[in-house]
Design a protein around this ligand. Structure first.
Ligand SMILES: Nc1nc2c(c(=O)[nH]1)N[C@H]1C(S)=C(S)[C@@H](COP(=O)(O)O)O[C@H]1N2
Ligand SMILES: [Mo]
Length: 432
């Protein structure tokens, strides 16, 4: 296990972190021996100082959480449920006052459910009833929303909700339930329906160190908006986006063994857990010979964590290594993983995470209000570093994540339809 310890000394994250890193990298840059044709000592230190200042500025600009309306949306519907006119929004149950959740036995199987929650007989779950459950059972956790078919994560949130199992137990299932199928509102049009599913086992019990599957009603401290799937959305910590059904209205308890996810039609691996991948935030296109190259990025932390992020600069005119499709033997250089921020950003009120807050945040110490380990699975970690300067020329720059088992991206699951994990590549021109 090589989870990063939590660095409590990083109170002023970017400043303190940067100073420490500059000191470490100072030796590395000096040891490069730029030699004849390289920069003179005075110029060199000026150029290096500039590169460090640029990196410092980039690190200061990093924001951990995404503003709710700045997530990249992946949505279907004509019209989109949250764009319905006010009256229709109400009758569709797409406001907190009118929202109803049904929990029903699948009529196509023999599931035994003693007290189904139905709209027709007035027993469906209301938002008020959900808030009653919230008083006792609510949880919060960090999660990065990520689509298995899109290269970079869509956004990272602090999601709040009631474990789905609390509502399932209200319906009193007794036997013959193997799977939970769930549905979002899509204009009463079967062709537009968007569905997800999980084994009942996953819903009733959480894997080690993993938060529950929730009926989510808040994002970054505020009611979840229509464009993020409100009034209530499913949030599944370890899953790709397509199971995180927005505009949730119906839960089916079924004895059918099969999945029923809309995404199965698109050739997707619908059982995939989140993968660990690194992406650039700053994408340097130009550099100066001999001057270090500042880099920042993020890593999506999958089921096996992230122990390291690395970068690799390769001259364009040099052939890529033979028989090494994932560049396992390339001369990768370690970047630094940044510690948890003091201010998470994303519109989260300042006191939303801290000592004694309620509901508790998964993976945070309730006494200190700080993460107990870092990075945390299913969320993200920022990284940064200075690559030593190189000679003029055209280069390809790559980054990759290494998980807690020492396996480097795109492995151990390189197939695209279980989640994008290709190594990102950026072109860079270095001039004299
Ligand atoms: N009802 C409904 N839920 C949905 C979708 C949808 O089209 N309709 N798209 C899914 C997919 S494929 C992804 S990747 C995520 C995207 O979440 P976001 O729009 O909040 O970024 O929502 C999921 N939930
Ligand atoms: Mo998606």
């Amino acid at each position: 296990m090589s989870r990063q310890p939590f660095f409590d000394e990083h109170r002023e994250v970017s400043r303190r972190y940067f100073l420490r890193q500059s000191m470490e990298l100072g030796g590395g840059v000096g040891a490069l021996g730029l030699g004849a044709g390289g920069l003179q000592a005075a110029e060199e230190s000026e150029a290096v100082a500039k590169a460090r200042a640029a990196l410092d500025a980039q690190i200061k600009g990093l924001e951990y959480l995404t503003e709710p309306d700045k997530f990249v949306p992946v949505e279907r519907g004509n019209p989109l449920p949250y764009k319905l006119p006010p009256e229709k929004l109400k009758s569709a149950g797409m406001t907190r006052e009118s929202w109803r959740l049904e929990v029903l036995p699948d009529p196509g199987s023999n599931s035994q459910v003693e007290r189904p929650l139905r709209v027709a007989d007035g027993t469906a779950l209301t938002f008020d009833a959900l808030m009653k459950l919230a008083e006792k059972h609510s949880v919060r956790f960090l999660k990065t929303m990520t689509c298995n078919n899109i290269a970079a994560p869509l956004g990272t949130g602090l999601w709040e909700g009631v474990p789905l199992r609390e509502v399932i137990w209200m319906a009193k299932p007794t036997s013959n339930v193997r799977r939970v199928w769930f549905y979002g509102y899509h204009n009463e049009d079967p062709k537009q329906e968007f569905r997800g599913s999980l084994s009942v086992g996953r819903v009733l019990e959480d894997p080690p160190d993993t938060p529950p599957v929730i009926l989510c009603y808040k994002l970054n401290g505020d009611w979840i908006s229509g464009n993020r799937g409100g009034p209530v959305r499913m949030v599944i910590p370890e899953s790709y986006g397509f199971k995180n059904i927005k505009w949730l209205t119906k839960v089916f308890l079924t004895n059918r063994f099969n999945a029923n996810d809309t995404y199965e039609r698109g050739n997707n691996d619908i059982d995939s857990w989140m993968k660990s991948i690194a992406r650039f935030i700053s994408k340097p296109r130009r550099g100066s010979a001999g001057v270090p190259i500042p880099l920042t990025g993020l890593a999506q932390v999958g089921i096996n964590g992230v122990s390291k992020v690395q970068a690799w600069l390769h001259p364009k005119d040099k052939p890529l290594p033979n028989g090494d499709p994932y560049f396992q033997k390339a001369p990768w250089q370690d970047m630094k993983l940044l510690p948890p921020p003091m201010d998470f950003g994303g519109g989260l009120p300042k006191d939303a995470i801290g000592p004694g807050v309620s509901p508790p945040v998964h993976g945070f110490d309730p006494k200190t209000g700080r993460p107990t380990s870092w990075p945390q699975a299913y969320s993200l970690v920022h990284w940064a570093g200075l690559l030593p300067g190189v000679a003029a020329g055209r280069y390809e720059l790559r980054c990759r994540a290494i998980n807690n088992r020492g396996v480097a991206q795109p492995l151990p699951r390189p197939f695209r339809k279980s989640g994008a994990s290709d190594i990102e590549r950026v072109s860079l021109t270095v001039r004299d």
